[in-house]
Ligand binder design. Sequence first.
Ligand code: OSB
Ligand code: MG
Length: 385
Amino acid sequence: MTRKIVEIYKIKRQSLMIIKLIELVEIKMPLVSFFETSFGRTYERRIILTRVADKENNEGWGECTAGETPSYCEEWTDGCWSVLREILAPMVLDKEIESASQVWDLMKQVRGNRMAKAAIETAVWDLEAKKLNVPLWKHLGGTNREIACGVSIGIQDSVEQLFRKIQTELDVGYKRIKIKIAPHWDFEIIRQVREKFGNILLMGDANSAYSLSDIDLFKRMDAFCLMMFEQPLAHDDMLDHSKLQREIETPICLDESIRSPEDARKAIELGACKIINVKLGRVGGHAQTRLVETIARENSIPIWCGGMLESGIGRAHNIAMSTLKGFTLPGDVSASKRYWHEDIIEPEVLVTENGTIIAPVKAGIGFEVKRERIDKITVRKKELK
Ligand code: OSB
Ligand code: MG
């Protein structure tokens, strides 16, 4: 009996992960074309990548999805750099970890900072899946190997430019078009898009540009039969969204407001949304995403994978999470070439002519990380041991 316990104990110890190194690498990459939302225009991304390694030199990669400025949410590249370096990395380094699903708990004394936490947590998931020699999407429990893709098209300088972009994406085969909306770029634009493109799957993302005083505008926009309005009201609101949802037919989808499984439960209970956009960074990583997915699925709330203009590494993680059963609507995860002249993974993310991405067969995130390419565009790096 005792011997058996000792044996089990040994096996358990052998499978423990101990992270010996966390490397932070900030890269700078210009976007193929600018991306404009109601909170501003981005020409170039500054992205923090995370590389974790154990003592056997298994490695995993993650990406911090924070923007360059605290405009989408309060996290931003420079803030994440210091919280990763000074606070979060020391909480994970040298700790005995039984599975990647526990990494979140190691950092639980820290409030918020979910994108920074996810940068480490998702890298450990990649490492664990590589160690087990399974694709990350399978390791997460994913079932839909072929995922449906949509595109997110920013605010343009003219309607003609918007028309051209939409036509290009429809020609490629994308299944759903999301356009960004804002008070100078809403009713009349959507009307013209509907007139030109007819019955396509179309939705609008406001990134919090409106308030309840705009309720009549939203009622009028019901006429366009959009799939959903994404985050029309304040970034941290649920109550006003529930009031708006009661007044309009078009489903509301929450993005910014859902930062945790608990937020998802409360939003559903309040009737603040009928659909949820899940972003890996915004909810704090793969373990939290799985909890949000379960809550949504049990309440018959469709979810889809949002994007944060990720490099190939973040994109690969998004592909893996999109294979979970509850992700039933086309997401914002699309081909590398829509964003980058040259991505940092190989192969780059490709989309089939049916507007889908096929999850990879290789272990972990399933793409090779092009370290030489990363080194060329690195602006700073730091190894933490
Ligand atoms: O609200 O979904 C959003 C990009 C940056 C910040 C917020 C959002 C977005 C997108 C782009 O819509 C999604 C993508 O193509 O990566
Ligand atoms: Mg959004």
